[in-house]
Design a protein around this ligand. Sequence first.
Ligand code: BGC
Length: 972
Amino acid sequence: MSGSPAADVPASRPAEGAAAGRRPEGRPLRPYGLRCEHRTAPLGIDEPAPRLSWRLASDRRGDDPVAYRVRVAERPEDLDGCRQLLWDTGRVADSRATAAVYAGPALRGRTRYHWRVSVWPAGTAAPAEATSWFETAFTGPAAWQASWITHDPRPVEVMDAPTEGESALDHHGLAPCPVLRRAFTASPGARARLHVSARGLYEVRLNGVRIGDAELAPGWTDYHRRVQYQTYDVGDLLREGENVLAATVADGWWSGFVGFEPRRAGAHYGSFPQFLAELHLTYPDGRSAAIVTDGAWRTSTGVIRHADLLMGECHDLRHACDGWELPGFDDGGWSPALVTDTDRRRLVASVDEPVRATAELRPSSIRRVSPDTHVVDFGQNLAGRVRLRIGELAAGARVVIRHAEVLDASHRLYTANLRTAAATDVLIGDGRRHFVFEPRFTYHGFRYAEISGLPELSESDVVAVVLHSDTPWAGEFDCSDAGLRRLHDCVVWGQRSNFVSVPTDCPQRDERLGWLADAQVFLPTAALNADVAAFFTKWLRDIDDARSPDGGFSNVAPRLVGVCDEGAPGWGDAGVIIPWHLYRTYDDPRFLGRALEGMRAWVDLIRRHNPDLVWRRRVGPHFSDWLAPGTPTPRDVVATACFAHSARLTAKAADVLGHTDVGDHYHRLADGIRRAFTECFVTVERAAAGPDAVRITGDTQTGYLLALAHELLPDDLVEGAAHRLAELVESAGPALVTGFLGVALAAPVLDAHGRADLAHALLNRDEVPSWRFPLRHGATTIWERWDGWTPEAGFRAPAMNSFNHYALGSIGEWLYRGVAGLDQAPDSTGYRHLRIRPRPGALRRASARHESVRGTVEVSWERRGGRLALCVRVPPGATADVYVPTTDPRSVRESGAVPGVGDRHITLLATASDHVLHRVSSGTYRFTATCPPAVGGAGTTPAARPSLTPGRHMPGPAAKPSSARSHEEDTP
Ligand code: BGC
């Protein structure tokens, strides 16, 4: 995972001295991590009112901002004065803001703007400042001149008689990738911006040098509604005289295979890929030129005989046309480009970070399985592709790379669970020596690759290239239990593998769709691990584009014809839940502003079909609590709980946006659904002593989890429901028998109702169903099913058995919020008010760090010698409620002193039997208190250790986890 850029890290770590009891002054308040539209210095935005945001750091306590000022200018030097400023907020007295939305004169297209934020601390000190920039691209379709072009697909068959390479995968009906080139005259020294898109995927080069590092660009959208383009600065690549722009395009999501619907397996948007580009040159003397895609481009096909996301890619080097991307190549034998149309209305600037190759993994083992075939284990399930160094390949000789997540009983690739995804890359030689093969327009979900056609294969010849949307990494979790560390690793790898332009369900089989429920249950975890604001900004547009004419959200976005369109409970509701969570995380009300109409339409739609407020009709395919192993939760219970939740969040969104009447309306509706839920599904047996026996129809864990999480019960029934939930969890193992909708709620709800011990018990369990069971059997990512493979039954039915599905990984949230204790208070947005409440369980230590929109939040705690030390870092402008776990309130100290004595930054709020609660201002704090020693639990019992012997059929534990420290090392 690529880390955040250096500028994103506050300039110094928490004051070491503070942790040691001393409190040196350290560096004062300062802004850092400047973002425009949630991205660092974006090149080529089309947002007319961009949001400019910053984070804050200070090494001093209570060093909060009192005011800010934002200035925007076209020239950086103008930021120093007042005259040439384009926009100036002036000094705004605001101690909480970390963003301003541009409200100056209309931004011009294709222009770089510089901006500066100044932040004043209290007192008379001068403001601290930081500067960044953003650049606009096209401000509307009228500005474009380019046409969509391609290599004329009609004569392809005639031009390229079938060869071995093509016929091998003929049944897929895949065509060679068009290559396109345009020579032009230029000189170095020009400002040069290249704006590029494709209906399909593109890779573009200028004078032979690849432009940018985006993979699978321009990304997946519903191309009938929106086609993204990217902007690149290519000034450094211009040369005197002849220059050449060269592009290869591939089917991608546009015309390749997507999803699993056999009646509509491919070509969802078009039948052949097309390309569009504009290169704008502006010379220092004012001359300008534009090279745009049009009929003057020359086209052909080249080495890539087919490229498909699901099927794989085939390179036949005998079709190589060396030098075609360079000046001087004679393209006289090529065809003129076919201009397909000039429709530029759907072009939009991309708003998120592209998919990038972010890591390379060397094999952990290579096993020869026949004279010219090897099975390579990369030690980690991932999404990406294999890069192979080839010494020599005879003309016509083939190297075939097949991919799989797991091995079968005979230690060969198990590919049945890929369904129709061939996931096979092919290389056909032409006799050349010493070259590198790497597919460019496909990706696979795999840990193992079977490489045939090479008699020798050494570890230095092969790497797995990891691909994913490059969301900046923003979280760290660590603890004393090696099992939990590995679980966190699996969760993170699930996120890496499945954030590929859209949040997908899985990266390996013929599916890889943006399923809404999977994403909504995983979002809280994802947003702790990484900064996903820009990624989800883009996907919320996809969700909006996928809405039905009657206002319904879909089940997958981008929408695919034939893939169960009508939004189901918990799936369609993601259209409401996701913007709300993003608003809370990133403190950007525009998430709600853009979504409110869709939220209302969704809730109204359900209401229209269900006037009695019990959601039974218009439930789409109703997946219910998908893949729950236990007794199914009644569908109307699941649906009505989701309906109530969506209505409530819609009301809250309207409140935030100041639409009070609208808010009131949906609050009343939510109240009504809540009543209907209780009337229809809740029964109570009053008890003479102890809590009343509360029963929710179906009596399933998920039923209680939904009712408690979404506050659907009258106050006097909450305790009884929580009690019953705990009974059900306990009697099941303790174990969780929920599916996708219940799993994300389990630990937070149990914790909220005083049963953090049960949440820990669930984490410690290592039999099916549990998170540790897959770990015991070598999992390196989260499985789709609790029992995807068991020693007794082997693999579950291949039709639905992914080993890289993040939904059950939604427990990751509680590792941060519960185990480490890093959380924001329920009514807080953008980490303004933190809640630091560790749930140590039987662990010896845990820590978490999150780079929030406000600045760095850190928590770490450790037990040693009967005392617990809890270190907390609170960013400027924030406050925190710190729960120090202890049964002896008088033992609590902060930096060695009685808390609050002589320090106005600490206030005692409450003392309880198991904790002391303080409110603190921004800064770094080190609390200590006596605490009982850690006993029992995972991390201390042999049963919880990851098995060191590989399962009978499954691979052994990952050979390379970053948390490779031994379990024993950390046992208290
Ligand atoms: C996907 C899931 C998805 C589900 C809908 C499956 O095929 O893999 O993750 O949510 O369909 O129930």
